[in-house]
Design a protein. Structure first.
Length: 395
């Protein structure tokens, strides 16, 4: 088990020096990134589509390293969508996509090979194309060639890093996708009150979780300390919290190098029953020598339930209370995080922002470089790196 440098958590200058990828600055600027994305949508000339001209399907492709952006879009808009949202993965456009559909390609770099190949296939089929990416990138050019919509929502904010890492591009990509979806009859979130409320919520979390805030008053630092040396099991109580749980588990792996599981209640708990009965979940039993000195024994890895609660309805409360009782019976500490915000989008922002700060603090205090891409960063067919092959869209 890698030890956590607890002293570093209360050393704002030390955190800044350790944060080679400036992840904390990017997270602090999340609200500004949403406002910048809303401005970019307005500059793009996006207009509402008449009901008779709406696409048959909104097909959306986002690189997986950007997080569950499409899942968030679907969760936020499912109840009111007049047009279905379908995720496109890989670099092969499904055979059913044609001139009646709109393909939205969202890439933080604009050089993602899979997105460029999808754009080429869409052009050949006469499919409508919209691109959310950097101005002047190859993907931006492909959308221009198709006479499609171009939204330049990925500009870095003042004082932050020169480029947005894929995992910190979640909010500007989602803000742009929500706006495009709204114009096509997918949900009601777009520039104006909804995105302003999200930006304000992200600003509030950024202030509470800032590096200068002491660990006892900073919820992200406190949660990072709780999760150190454990295997987090992150469960959300509904679609919105489920997306935040998936985002948190992915961030713990990619940013902090910590394996984590995620899911949505009640299904996730039902399918994980045997996991909690196993060696990571059951109370430790050591009967070989009751009187043996255990001071030098390493602390065993244990499961750590983390509950993201978005709805305090009675049925949800019963599920949460049941999970907490089971965890207590197994002598497993359990964390509960309740979302704040006036609407589902703001509550998603509250949960995801806290999760992102927590994963970053945990990574920094265990010696992970936030600017490194990991040992598989150059995997053939993977995302293009700024200094590596694939900048021209080819590998």
């Amino acid at each position: 088990m890698i030890p956590v440098d607890e002293a570093l958590l209360d050393d704002a200058d030390g955190l800044g020096r350790a944060d080679g990828g400036q992840a904390l600055l990017s997270l602090a600027g999340a609200g500004a990134q949403v406002r910048r994305a809303a401005w970019a949508v307005a500059e793009s000339g996006l207009r509402p589509v008449a009901p008779g001209d709406r696409p048959r399907v909104l097909a959306v492709a986002v690189p997986p390293q950007c997080g569950p952006v499409v899942s968030a879009l679907a969760a936020l808009t499912a109840a009111s969508a007049a047009v279905p949202v379908v995720a496109v993965t890989g670099d092969i456009l499904p055979g059913w996509v044609g001139p009646l559909d709109l393909l939205v390609l969202a890439g933080p770099e604009g050089t993602e090979p899979e997105l460029l190949r999808l754009a080429e296939q869409a052009y050949r089929r006469g499919c409508g194309v919209a691109a959310v990416t950097r101005a002047g990138s190859p993907l931006d050019g492909a959308a221009e060639q198709s006479r499609g919509l171009r939204v330049h929502a990925l500009a870095p904010t003042a004082g932050g890093p020169d480029t947005l890492a894929p995992n910190t591009a979640f909010w500007p990509l989602l803000a742009a996708l929500l706006s495009i979806g709204q114009s096509c009859g997918v949900g009601g979130y777009g520039p104006g009150e909804a995105l302003d409320g999200l930006a304000d919520r992200l600003d509030a979390v950024g202030l509470r979780c800032r590096p200068a805030a002491d660990a006892y008053s900073n919820p992200a630092k406190a949660l990072a300390l709780d999760l150190a040396g454990t295997v987090p099991v992150v469960w959300g109580t509904g679609p919105i919290a489920g997306v935040a749980a998936a985002r948190f588990a992915a961030a713990l792996g990619s940013v902090a190098g910590l394996p984590a599981l995620s899911g949505t209640l009640p299904d996730a708990a039902v399918t994980s029953g045997n996991l909690f009965d196993g060696s990571l979940g059951g109370a430790a039993t050591d009967s070989d020598d009751f009187f043996r000195d255990r001071v030098e024994d390493p602390e065993p890895m244990r499961l750590r339930p983390v509950l993201f609660v978005d709805d305090d309805a009675p049925a949800v409360r019963r599920q949460v209370d049941h999970v907490r009782r089971v965890a207590a019976d197994l002598a497993l500490p359990c964390n509960e995080v309740t979302a704040e915000g006036r609407d589902p989008l703001a509550r998603l922002g509250d949960l995801v922002a806290l999760a992102d700060f927590t994963a970053t603090y945990l990574g920094l205090t265990t010696g992970h470089d936030t600017g490194a891409g990991g040992c598989f960063a150059d995997l053939p067919g993977g995302p293009a790196r700024p200094d590596g092959p694939g900048r021209d869209g080819a590998r």
